[in-house]
Design a protein around this ligand. Structure first.
Ligand code: GDP
Ligand code: IMO
Ligand code: MG
Length: 432
């Protein structure tokens, strides 16, 4: 049986926590897209673990973790993460727990440099994406240009590999002074022998692995990164990531789609909204419609610890947006919702006992809009039309105010709220 878990907003919904919870009964957890732009936080027994690449099932000793071919893999980050987990006593031998698809594309130094150069040269313009600067966009771009380097390429003879590396570096040469490019090339070649040595024991034919898991009836959990609203096709393009974050992406980024035929898809959503990087969202607490919103947003950021797990950037805060959530449910293929972080709002005085949820927008021409628009420039011009809900005392289905919010979400999106998160710790989640 397979389960796919996705972010239903703009990332950082609490996916790591839900994956950790579900992994108690999973044989295999598979990351199928994204790279170390992700930051998934797990709290177990008062101890925090942040994972960028390794799937969030790793803290369960019985669970193996696969990095699928849809992922763009920075080997330096992988080995750093492995060393940290070893030091924390999570495992002694990574070969027993971590597997890497031979077809996954590598993030090499030149791709990280290009990401940073593009970010700094576009600052202050509408072309600035506010990426995590980890080389994700350039790595997917190189893959689509058919000049990418894959894990398996490391095991070609030197001449073949050097030829591929030359082609990659030449394609981006215009970004650099010749001396800088030479330095990057040399630095990359110096890293290769370590990558070859350390990746070899982890490398697998993931199709064979997943087929075997399927045929022997294993529980497989597919862990999404980012969120549906950051999907390359269905998100707020161009302010998105460079991979596909919806459920069908699991069948492409982990190569045995038959295993997904009877899968269930869980979409993780926070009670409120956050976003890091550029790109508008209609319900952001910017204060244009209500000056108190800025203070409310600051309190939520503080109470919810809303700072990027990867870059440390403050996350922008907004009210819940059911038009956006329904869009995510539809395009993401979501069957059920995990509703997280309702506990964060309980002590926030600035809310004055009221929580707002957008259920439609009004255009500048005064027209009502019920669907999420395709044009990103439109988003800041839309006025959200809110329904108000009494604030709950406990983020729990037995709390009448929280139950009212949950049933509104279910009615609006057409899917049930199956999980409720009420704190960061492993045990602070309930399944209905
Ligand atoms: P991810 O990228 O979707 O895995 O989410 P992040 O780990 O980037 O951000 C979610 C943050 O919220 C983390 O610090 C989690 O520990 C925390 N968290 C997750 N679920 C809950 C919850 O239900 N309540 C509270 N208070 N914190 C939560
Ligand atoms: P998790 O898995 C939140 C955002 C960046 C930027 C855009 C493109 O922890 O939810 P990229 O580096 O991917 O080219 O940046 O996407 N972004 C995320 N925002 N959570 C993430 O991951 C994100 N990964 C990328 O901030 O706006
Ligand atoms: Mg995150």
């Amino acid at each position: 049986m397979a389960t796919i878990l996705l972010g239903a907003q703009w990332g950082d919904e609490g996916k790591g926590k839900v994956v950790d919870h579900l992994s108690a009964s999973a044989d295999l957890v598979v990351r199928f897209q994204g790279g170390n732009n992700a930051g998934h936080s797990l709290w177990v027994g008062g101890k925090k673990t942040v994972l960028h690449l390794i799937p969030s099932g790793i803290l369960h000793p019985r669970t193996r973790c696969l990095i699928g071919e849809g992922v763009v893999l920075d080997p330096q980050v992988l080995f750093h993460e492995i060393a940290g987990l070893k030091q924390a006593g999570v495992f002694r031998d990574e070969r027993e727990r971590i597997l890497v698809s031979e077809r996954a594309h590598l993030i090499l130094p030149v791709l990280k440099e290009v990401d940073l150069i593009r970010e700094s040269s576009s600052r202050g313009t509408s072309g600035h994406i506010g990426t995590t600067g980890r080389g994700i966009g350039p790595a997917y771009e190189a893959k689509a240009r058919r000049i990418g380097i894959r894990v398996i390429d490391l095991y070609s003879d030197d001449t073949t590999l050097l030829g591929k590396l030359d082609r990659l570096h030449e394609a981006y040469a215009h970004h650099f002074e010749p001396a800088t490019l030479s330095e990057i090339r040399e630095r990359t070649w110096a890293l290769i022998s370590g990558f070859r040595r350390d990746l070899a024991p982890l490398m697998v034919d993931s199709t064979a692995l997943l087929k075997q898991a399927h045929d022997s009836g294993q529980e497989v959990l597919f862990e999404g990164a980012q969120g549906v609203m950051l999907d390359l096709d269905h998100g707020t393009y161009p302010y998105v990531t460079s991979s596909f974050t919806t459920a069908p992406s699991a069948g492409i980024g982990a190569a045995y789609p038959k295993i997904l035929r009877s899968s269930r898809v869980i979409g993780v959503a926070k009670v409120y909204l956050t976003r890091v990087g550029s790109g508008d969202f209609p319900t952001e607490m910017r204060g244009d419609h209500d000056p108190d919103e800025v203070r409310i947003g600051e309190s939520i950021r503080k109470a919810g610890g809303e700072f990027g797990a990867t870059t440390g950037r403050p996350r922008r805060i907004g009210w819940q947006d059911l038009v956006a959530l329904r869009h995510a449910v539809e395009v993401g293929g979501i069957d059920e919702i995990a509703l997280m972080k309702g506990d964060v709002l309980c002590g926030i005085e600035e809310l004055q006992g009221v929580f707002k949820v957008a259920t439609a927008y009004e255009t500048p021409d005064g027209l009502r809009m019920d669907r999420f628009p395709a044009r990103a420039e439109e988003l800041s011009r839309l006025k959200p039309l809110y329904e108000t809900f009494p604030l709950w005392k406990h983020a729990h289905p037995d709390d009448p105010a929280f139950a009212t919010l949950m049933s509104r979400i279910e009615h609006f999106t057409g899917v049930p709220v199956r999980f409720v998160g009420f704190g960061p710790e492993r045990e602070q989640i309930l399944e209905r």
